[in-house]
Design a protein around this ligand. Structure first.
Ligand code: ADP
Length: 322
């Protein structure tokens, strides 16, 4: 069990990036979901032992890991956000070099291990190509190959899917899911789909604070009966956003297909009940209290004009499975 208690990080400025984060993380994949600037990288870098916290503790099975970084690094695999240092090396050469740096293999051994790891992440075919010629997804898979070397029980991956195209992302998902079968994998992301696809548990981080720690199923359940969908004219969206909590607005054939959160559970005229998605839950968690009962920063003035709404909207493909 990885236990984080009251983690605070104040950068010079001062900028308070973490305001006292506490989490318990067991085996399997755990997601840290939040927008840019929420403090995800700061959190991940502290857990990886490459950034010192201002205060707080991190223990792994009861052992204080921040006071003994060597023992942390021996059980840790880390894929930082900006992986891809030696662009002029081939994938194989870069991996061999990193394996030697990490101390998991030397000389001939590192060649053999690198070849096996490249095979494992489906990059054997590109072993002799220079890293600068790799696509984003290939670079991330190379990053996973070095992170998993030495069979660490804790893997930290910081925003690994940002910038990947859908096909590369899905290939990468399968690789990560496989890794999480028997170890702790901590994944940070601003992409709700990453959590929906991969994480049985996740935390939402906002302004350096954890605002929820839950499962995708429970997060959706929290909104049962409170999500509605409809379609509005493009010009009416702004007015709707001022009067209702719009969790999602997607343009389809020139009209806005809109989902709203209505804590009263009463459907506004023209809207139909909808099955909550994780996107809805993320929106609600980011804009109000986790119990979904407040109106957050949305003030609905008495007698405000609520735009008229047309036809029911069927579930969009993106929503299915969330
Ligand atoms: P995220 O990974 O969620 O985008 P970060 O951890 O990178 O968030 O950043 C959290 C906050 O800390 C942001 O306000 C960011 O500008 C600030 N920050 C990050 N690194 C530094 C730094 N080295 N010096 C000062 N402020 C920083």
């Amino acid at each position: 069990m990885l236990s984080v208690r009251n983690l605070v990080k104040v950068y010079p400025g001062p900028v308070t990036a973490l305001q006292g984060v506490s989490l318990d993380i067991g085996t399997g994949m755990f997601g840290l979901l939040g927008p840019n600037g929420a403090g995800k990288s700061t959190f991940m870098r502290i857990l990886a032992g490459v950034l010192e916290p201002t205060s707080g503790t991190v223990t792994l099975d009861g052992r204080d890991v921040l006071s003994d970084l060597n023992s942390l690094w021996s059980v840790l695999g880390y894929l930082p956000q900006d992986f891809g240092f030696f662009p002029h090396l081939t994938g194989a050469a870069m991996l061999e070099y990193l394996l030697q740096l990490k101390g998991v293999a030397s000389g001939k051994e590192s060649k053999k291990l690198a070849a096996a790891l490249l095979e494992r992440v489906n990059l054997a075919y590109a072993a002799k190509r220079k890293v600068k010629e790799y696509s984003g997804g290939m670079r991330q898979r190379l990053g996973i190959a070095q992170a998993v070397a030495g069979d660490p029980r804790l893997i930290i991956v910081d925003e690994p899917t940002a910038g990947l195209d859908p096909e590369e992302r899905h290939r990468f998902y399968r690789l990560l899911a496989e890794l999480a079968e028997r170890r702790t994998v901590l994944l940070s992301t601003h992409i709700v789909e990453d959590v929906a696809v991969l994480c049985p548990r996740f935390a939402v981080i906002r302004n350096g604070q954890v605002v929820a720690e839950t499962s995708p199923t429970d997060a959706r359940r929290m909104l049962a009966g409170a999500i509605f969908e409809g379609a509005v004219a493009v010009g009416d969206l702004d007015a709707l956003q001022r009067t209702r909590r719009v969790t999602q607005a997607v343009l389809v054939e020139g009209r806005n297909h809109v989902r709203i959160h209505e804590p009263s559970h009463e459907a506004p005229a023209g809207f139909e009940p909808a099955v909550p998605t994780l996107e809805d839950a993320y929106f609600v968690l980011m804009h109000g209290k986790p119990n979904g009962t407040d109106n957050g920063d949305l003030a609905v003035p008495p007698g405000a004009r609520v735009p008229s709404v047309a036809a029911h909207v069927p579930e969009t493909p993106q929503e299915i499975g969330r």
